[in-house]
Design a protein around this ligand. Structure first.
Ligand SMILES: [Zn+2]
Length: 167
């Protein structure tokens, strides 16, 4: 994302070195446009001894099977966001068990924080951003190929899905 005008004072932004990097900044008020990736929480959920995947309806990887995930919102912690996303996307109440890891990529505007979790209630149902939900035995996970013209995010996210499901 690049800004043309200053969101604070409306002046045209300039581009030049600020704090060790080329950045858009405002000659009028001193505003600097820092571009920070947003945190995304993801849950690898065990339910009835299998893993819960949803079929995504939104980019990146629309139409692909993936664990429930979504952006953390202001007002909630990362673990709270993961629990909320699971409830919204697959209908299950979950308990987080352990952090699987944190993934980022210099070309992608997101940082993924993945947890292992188990279901503790609710009922399996495809919800927001999901056309289907299904259970997969760990040895029978779907094999998925990259789209013909993958974005940088998709090239990063698809192998990451594989990695977290096998972690
Ligand atoms: Zn300004």
């Amino acid at each position: 994302m690049r800004f043309r005008f200053c969101p604070q004072c409306g002046a045209v932004l300039a581009r030049g070195p600020v704090a060790g990097r080329e950045r858009e900044h405002c000659p009028g008020c001193g505003y600097v446009a820092f571009h920070n990736p947003a945190p995304v929480g993801l849950a690898v959920i065990e339910h009835q001894e299998r893993l819960v995947l949803i079929r995504r309806t939104v980019a990146p990887l629309a139409g692909y099977w993936a664990p429930p995930s979504g952006y953390v919102e202001l007002g909630e912690s990362v673990p709270e966001a993961v629990v909320r996303e699971a409830r919204e996307e697959c209908g299950l109440e979950i308990a987080l068990q352990r952090l699987l890891g944190v993934w980022s990529h210099p070309e992608v505007n997101a940082v993924i924080v993945a947890y292992r979790a188990r279901s503790v209630g609710g009922a399996l149902a495809a919800g927001d951003d999901a056309s289907e939900v299904a259970l997969f035995a760990p040895g029978e996970l779907p094999r998925q190929e990259l789209p013909r013209e993958p974005t940088a995010t998709e090239r990063w996210f698809l192998p990451l899905i594989d990695e977290v499901l096998r972690a």
